[in-house]
Design a protein around this ligand. Structure first.
Ligand code: MD3
Ligand code: FE
Length: 214
């Protein structure tokens, strides 16, 4: 399926396309602290369905932690230092999140990556994310690190033009992907999540993306 299925000495590490490294199960060793920290974040800044610039309600529910948070409303997409629902700063980035993101990025060759934003996406059954590029960050030289939790999903990743047919990659609980370099501006999305139950997370999929936004 993959054009390059290059496993290195470390079982479970897979190069997807140039600049993208899949670390299967990378977060499983830190599962308890990560899930506990996530519970505190969503208690402070509840997940909500944002509105697209075109006026549609997103099927994915979102919140953020860190100095900056990604927001969408009818005026556009941007990073903001405050939660628009509360007017308060976003919850601080938990140390467990920073440590996970920094160590995964280093494993992929991005030493010194320190995220200032973590976007939390919750997919209930049927929720999906259409193909898009992540272009709201200031510095495309920094990678994006993503962590999948809960129900599995088919991740779609295309090329640097929307028309390119996307590859399909199943992502499961505990998987981490580092997207940097030439992969950073690829189109990507998530197919509709199928109903199910995950013993730890319940009836949804959660994805955390760690970014250097500012
Ligand atoms: C490839 N989230 O929040 S994470 C997003 O599973 C987003 O919730 C998806 O796309 C999710 O913007 C995918 C993996 C990911 C994130 C950013 C990327 C892949 C990427 C940026 C460039 C290329
Ligand atoms: Fe994205």
């Amino acid at each position: 399926m993959m054009t390059a299925e290059l496993f290195d000495a470390d079982a479970g590490v897979q190069a997807l396309v140039p600049g993208a490294l899949l670390l299967r199960g990378f977060a499983l060793a830190h599962e308890d602290v990560v899930v506990a920290a996530l519970s505190l974040v969503v208690a402070d800044a509840p997940l909500r369905h944002m509105t697209t610039p075109g006026g549609f309600r997103m099927s994915v529910a979102m919140t953020n932690c860190g100095v900056l948070g990604w927001v969408s409303d009818t005026s556009g997409y941007r990073y903001d230092s405050r939660d628009p629902d509360s007017g308060q700063p976003w919850p601080a980035m938990p140390a467990a999140f920073t440590e996970l993101a920094t160590s995964a990025a280093a494993r992929a060759g991005f030493d010194g990556f320190v995220p200032d934003a973590c976007l939390v996406n919750r997919y209930d059954p049927g929720a999906r994310l259409t193909l898009h590029q992540d272009r709201n960050e200031r510095d495309f030289d920094a990678p994006i690190v993503s962590l999948s939790l809960g129900l599995p999903a088919l991740f779609l990743f295309g090329g640097t033009r929307r028309a390119e047919r996307p590859l399909r990659l199943p992502l499961r609980h505990g998987d981490v992907v580092v997207w940097g370099g030439p992969a950073r501006l690829r189109y990507h999305g998530v197919a509709a999540v199928r109903a199910g139950h995950h013993p730890r997370i319940g009836a949804h999929r959660i994805n955390l993306t760690f970014r250097k936004a500012g």
